[in-house]
Design a protein around this ligand. Structure first.
Ligand code: ADP
Ligand code: GLC
Length: 483
């Protein structure tokens, strides 16, 4: 019988709507709300970036941290406008800067990343244990490398009665630092071992989370299997295989209130599955706003993404002519690798009435694109879960995706069998290369030209449950097991 008053300290470096660079923030902003709805008490612990502190309501000082090693610090409690309970570490010497939390404007990792995230993780362990703040927690749930040391600090103190869960959102980010960091962050040399934090003669914070947590989750069942292989384990395959008994994949959901085509204030024409006329109007409005030819029957493809090798968008850069030559259009919103950015800028210059490229991060525009486009392109080389395909389905926008990770778990390919039984929700391709991606785009354009097929896919997308409801239950069971 699950403990009715189960309390969880969720520790992360991002949380929508306060601070976001990607899907991690969406998960940390939405999963705790879904857990609260099923009776789990969740508090989210975050670094006190200016946007975090200014975004809190009912803000007050919980405690001033007397022996903090880096200037003044206090814990601040408050709520997000979405109703999430937050504790923030207000430590101006560590966190009072704006912009990307991990990198400087020139794209370099911030020099004090190791120090500040280890201190943040140490305070997380203290809060979980009730040393600071008012209560002790049953579970410490930490996300990604920035918080990997929280379980290590509990281990250092011999605390074993707080259950530790560590979620890997992306194995590519491993938090690797020179081993000289250990003395700075108050961890004894004994942790520098193969069974500890040592990773190719350096220290990995991600490894800390994997080795010292009671259970590891990742964000889709397929990614949980992929990362246990040498080919896709990014150096962690063997270690993760050895943890197989305590490793599971739980699919992400999205916040279906934030992403709701019926109530979305960012889109000009709200709509629902019952009446899709608004979607057509949003398409026309989007084409107009982005300077494209207003063409109701042109398949409008979109991209909303970080522009990195992970996302495979360098492949798309070679296929823009193909899309245009086949009567399609493309709207891209994203930022990242400057080489990829430039190739898309060039494509836009070549086809100004068919391709629109916006380099940058723009939340309202992301909603307008989801609502107005016909299909979203996600040719990822690997994808732990992916959220944009879930948002797309919620808006009746058909995902065209690489068959990897969470993309393979969430999309049903429009192959002959799925079409015959009327269950397709998108187009998948594999392996991830130019040839197969090109064929997938061709196949999508053909399906688009057959309204019976396309409309059925749109209908199926809109009928998918992309909420957190089911997965929150799985986390609840995991938290409660063996407590
Ligand atoms: P990842 O976390 O790997 O970047 P996900 O698909 O899990 O990929 O999550 C990406 C999130 O970030 C989604 O909410 C998506 O809408 C958002 N996003 C990505 N790029 C942009 C952008 N340029 N502008 C606005 N939102 C973006
Ligand atoms: C990471 C992954 C993405 C996942 C997100 C949230 O950023 O790249 O696939 O959806 O985390 O878990």
């Amino acid at each position: 019988m699950p403990n009715p008053s189960l309390s969880v300290l969720c520790v992360a470096s991002e949380c929508f709507p306060l601070i976001k660079t990607g899907g991690l923030a969406d998960v940390v902003g939405a999963l705790p709300l879904a857990l609260e709805r099923i009776g789990v008490k969740v508090t989210v612990f975050l670094p006190g970036y200016p946007d975090v502190l200014s975004g809190l309501t009912d803000k007050r000082t919980l405690v001033r941290l007397k022996d903090f090693p880096k200037g003044q610090a206090r814990l601040v409690t408050g709520k997000t406008i979405t109703g999430l309970k937050i504790i923030a570490l207000d430590a101006p010497e560590l966190f009072s800067f704006s912009g990307n939390p991990y990198q400087t404007q020139s794209g370099e990792d911030r020099a004090d990343n190791a120090y500040k995230f280890s201190l943040f993780s140490k305070i997380a362990a203290d809060i979980a244990n009730g040393d600071i703040g008012r209560k002790r927690y049953d579970v410490l749930h930490a996300h990604d490398w920035q918080t990997g040391l929280a379980a290590v600090y509990l281990h250092l103190r011999g605390i074993t009665d707080i259950k530790t869960i560590f979620t890997i959102h992306n194995l590519a980010f491993q938090g690797v630092f020179p081993n000289s960091i250990l003395s700075e962050i108050c961890l004894p040399e004994s942790y520098m071992s193969r069974d500890g934090l040592e990773y190719w003669d350096k220290v990995s914070f991600l490894k800390g989370g994997v080795v010292y947590s009671d259970h590891i989750t990742t964000v889709s069942p397929t990614y949980a299997l992929e990362i246990q292989s040498d080919a896709e384990g990014m150096g962690f395959g063997g270690l993760l295989r050895s943890k197989a008994q305590n490793l599971s994949g739980i699919l992400n959901g999205i916040d279906i209130d934030v992403w709701n085509p019926q109530t979305d204030t960012e889109i000009p024409h709200p709509y629902s599955a019952a009446n899709l006329s608004g979607k057509k109007k949003n398409k026309a409005a989007l084409q107009k706003a982005m300077g494209l030819r207003v063409a109701p029957n042109a398949p409008l493809f979109s991209v909303i993404s970080r522009l990195t090798t992970q996302k495979g968008l360098d492949l798309l850069a070679d296929l823009t002519d193909q899309i245009v030559e086949n009567g399609g259009q493309l709207i891209l919103l994203g930022s990242g690798d400057s080489e990829i950015e430039n190739t898309f800028r060039n494509a836009e210059q070549k086809h100004p009435s068919e391709i629109s490229v916006t380099i940058g991060y723009n939340e309202p525009l992301a909603h307008k694109i989801q609502a107005g486009s016909d299909a979203i392109l996600i040719p990822s080389r690997f994808e732990p879960c992916g959220l944009t395909q879930l948002c797309a389905m919620r808006y009746g926008t058909v995902p065209i995706v690489g068959r990897v990770g969470g993309l393979s778990d969430t999309i049903i390919d429009a192959g002959p069998m799925a079409l015959a039984s009327g269950v397709a929700t998108g187009v998948q391709f594999s392996p991830i290369n130019l040839h197969m991606f090109s064929a997938a785009i061709r196949r999508s354009i053909l399906h688009y030209a057959t309204p019976k097929i396309w409309n059925k896919m749109v209908e199926n997308c809109l009928a998918q449950d992309v909420s957190w409801e089911h997965s929150a239950q799985l986390y609840k069971v995991l938290y409660a097991s063996s407590l």
